[in-house]
Ligand binder design. Structure first.
Ligand SMILES: Cc1cc2nc3c(=O)[nH]c(=O)nc-3n(C[C@H](O)[C@H](O)[C@H](O)COP(=O)(O)OP(=O)(O)OC[C@H]3O[C@@H](n4cnc5c(N)ncnc54)[C@H](O)[C@@H]3O)c2cc1C
Length: 309
């Protein structure tokens, strides 16, 4: 039996710590409970929205007039070189389980907050590693057909920060089976620790944000690409520049509107520097996009998801 609550403040459920109330809120621990929640939303003729860890989300100040369904399916099991894991498991728990089992492949994702479901949907990645490389298959719940369907890796349409589950709102990630490589436990654990330390050194831990705000843009501006290569001493790959570097070139480091700020430490992080509202963030994001477009002819697009706008 699901427990549907009313008027739940969403800000504390997100890493941005921004956003108004959800009209309805429910936590689901099984597919059966998920079905019940979906039927509730259908009967009430309201929208639903899936919430994982809330680490890649900006919620409107007006909140959401529908049903938030928080995925709490938390099972995880390892068998030989495979791990079956449900969508509500924190990504770090999956990585720790893999490393304790001497299974390698996920180490460079250590430190990415959020759940496995969110990571699969957005094909989370860091340091040239993406979760898609380890995914054997994904089981999703199709809310239109009200049934489960399993997608093999090549059917998941994984690409840079996207997948078939992001393209289709009716597909809710329930679980995934990962295939990993057997390795030395100590080496795997060291890489996990080193990765977390490299991220900590950026000084962004504990900062209220949703991670990188924009996707890294594909850039036709050759002069800008040359400047990047000269400054960084590395070639531009696939005509793609780091969004943060582009924003920095536009002179926007530290730019503030209300409580929202372009982080001084990483220009692709829009942070809630105090009591930022979603409106502050939206105004700052619009300003950044306009400046980057005007100065370099580059159209930035968001990696962060919007709810309630
Ligand atoms: C400090 C910080 C650092 C970050 N660093 C990185 C990084 O290095 N690399 C990276 O890729 N990301 C990074 N992120 C972004 C974020 O952590 C990832 O995108 C993460 O995978 C989101 O997972 P989540 O469970 O929090 O998703 P949420 O924020 O809860 O949801 C994000 C979107 O996914 C949908 N969703 C969530 N769960 C499911 C599901 N089970 N089925 C279908 N849809 C679902 C939601 O509806 C929403 O649209 C960072 C974020 C922060 C705050």
């Amino acid at each position: 039996m699901i427990n549907i609550q009313e008027n739940i403040l969403l800000a504390p459920l997100t890493s941005f710590r921004i956003g108004g109330n959800a009209k309805y809120y429910v936590e689901v621990f099984s597919v059966e409970e998920l079905k019940e929640a979906l039927v509730f939303a259908k009967d009430k003729k309201i929208d639903f929205y899936i919430l994982g860890g809330g680490t890649n989300l900006l919620v409107s100040d007006n909140g959401f007039a529908g049903l938030i369904i928080k995925i709490k399916m938390n099972e995880i099991s390892a068998n030989d070189d495979m791990i079956d894991v449900q969508a509500g498991v924190p990504l770090i728990k999956l990585i720790n389980t893999a490393s304790q089992q001497g299974l390698s492949g996920l180490e460079k994702l250590a430190g990415i907050p959020g759940t496995v479901g969110g990571a699969v949907r957005g094909n989370a990645g860091a340091f040239s590693s993406e979760i898609k490389s380890c995914v054997k298959n994904v089981t999703a719940f199709d809310t239109e057909k009200m049934e489960l369907k399993t997608f093999e890796n090549e059917q998941c349409n994984f690409a840079y920060r996207t997948s078939i589950f992001k393209e289709n709102k009716n597909l809710i990630v329930i679980s995934t089976t990962l295939i990993l490589q057997k390795g030395e436990i100590s080496e795997i654990q060291k890489l996990v620790t080193d990765t977390i330390m490299t991220r900590s050194a950026r000084g962004l831990n504990g900062v209220k944000s949703a991670g990188s705000y924009f996707m890294n843009p594909v850039v036709e501006n050759e002069k800008l690409c040359q400047e990047f290569e000269k400054e960084k001493g590395v070639p531009v790959r696939n005509k793609t520049l780091p969004a943060g570097w582009v924003i920095e070139q536009a002179g926007l480091l530290g730019k503030q509107i209300g409580g929202a700020e372009v982080s001084e430490k990483h220009a692709n992080y829009i942070i809630n520097a105090g009591e930022a509202t979603a409106s502050d963030v939206i105004m700052l994001v619009s300003f950044v996009k306009q400046q980057v477009r005007d100065q370099f002819g580059i159209q930035l697009t968001e990696e962060v998801n919007y709810l309630g706008f």
